[in-house]
Write a protein that binds this ligand. Structure first.
Ligand code: ADP
Ligand code: MG
Length: 294
């Protein structure tokens, strides 16, 4: 393509809400055949809310105070949902004496002298804490409905299940349809559990074989590498700090403009409005720009 054509393509991109880092990006955009979509914040709104607290053996106020205090120190969408609900209920929260975020698993720390964990079952097993049978059943039931369930433990005992709901963006099913119509293969990649991942995939029209769940943040990049080693030209769409390495590794990294700075810096393209349909627009634009004028 001529420099003029590339400039026109880039300008047209800006009108469509697509910021392109450089003219060479259009070529990799034209070539992609696989689109890996991060779930939380990319396919879903990422605005989560706490919809239920199950704590058969503990006082709900204690659960909210201890879990809320720890999550208040984290920036994860799940953490915000828990902290906001706790603040709304209790007005104030104690400041943790100690706090560590465990990427892709949860948070741990000390609140009011109690050693507190909030996160996935895997975080609990890492600390050798067994999951009581009634809570295991609650967890399974919550996940079966497509909700993210998070466990709360303190002083060596798992005491509660928090049910957190996220919603698929209204535009996501259409975006997936359009990507497929362009001949691309959409896949879903998430750190969340299998049940939630498959429920979101069903809702947006991604085949269950193309769902990759329970992937730790540092392993997302390996998923991209594996697809590349199978000869695929991979686009990755993401919004989180967790996605930055995978965005950089992908043949084309698309960052949600509504996402983190780390993702935007790692990407080749920014979808300014956080609308996944712009990913399909970008591919069409690249094909048109590089296809017609050559
Ligand atoms: P995604 O890949 O969908 O963006 P993440 O990798 O950020 O998701 O998180 C994966 C899972 O780890 C979450 O679904 C949740 O179960 C758990 N998790 C991560 N951070 C937290 C937190 N601050 N509080 C509770 N659970 C968390
Ligand atoms: Mg995300």
């Amino acid at each position: 393509a001529t420099p003029t054509a590339l400039m026109v393509g880039t300008g047209r991109g800006a009108q469509l809400g697509i910021l392109i880092k450089g003219p060479e990006v259009l070529e990799s955009t034209r070539r992609v055949d696989t689109v890996v979509l991060d779930k939380t914040g990319t396919v879903t709104t990422g605005r989560m809310s706490l919809v239920a607290v199950h704590s058969p053996g503990a006082d709900e106020t204690d659960v909210l105070r201890l879990a809320g205090a720890l999550e208040h120190a984290s920036e994860h969408p799940i953490a915000r949902a828990v902290a906001d609900a706790a603040l709304a209920e209790l007005g104030t929260l104690p400041t943790p004496e100690d706090f560590t975020a465990v990427p892709g698993l949860g948070v741990q720390g000390v609140v009011e002298g109690h050693a507190v964990l909030v996160g996935r079952p895997r975080l609990m097993t890492d600390w050798s804490l067994p999951l009581p049978a009634p809570l295991a059943r609650t967890l399974d039931a919550a996940e079966a409905t497509g909700r993210t369930a998070v466990l709360v433990a303190w002083d060596g005992e798992v005491r509660a299940v928090l049910e957190i709901a996220d919603t698929v963006k209204e535009t996501s099913p259409e975006a997936v349809r359009r990507l497929r119509a362009l001949g691309l293969r959409p896949m879903l990649l998430t750190g969340d559990n299998e049940a939630v991942a498959h429920s979101v995939a069903r809702e947006v029209g991604i085949a269950s074989d193309d769902v990759i769940a329970e992937v730790l943040p540092q392993d997302k990049v390996d998923v991209v590498k594996r697809l590349q080693s199978q000869g695929r030209s991979v686009a990755m769409v993401g919004d989180g700090v967790n996605d930055a390495a995978a965005l950089a590794q992908a043949d084309l990294g698309l960052a949600m403009g509504t996402g983190t700075d780390a993702a935007i810096e790692a990407g080749d393209l920014t979808l300014v409005r956080g609308d996944l349909r712009a990913a399909a627009d970008a591919v069409r634009l690249a094909r048109r720009t590089l296809g017609t004028i050559r």
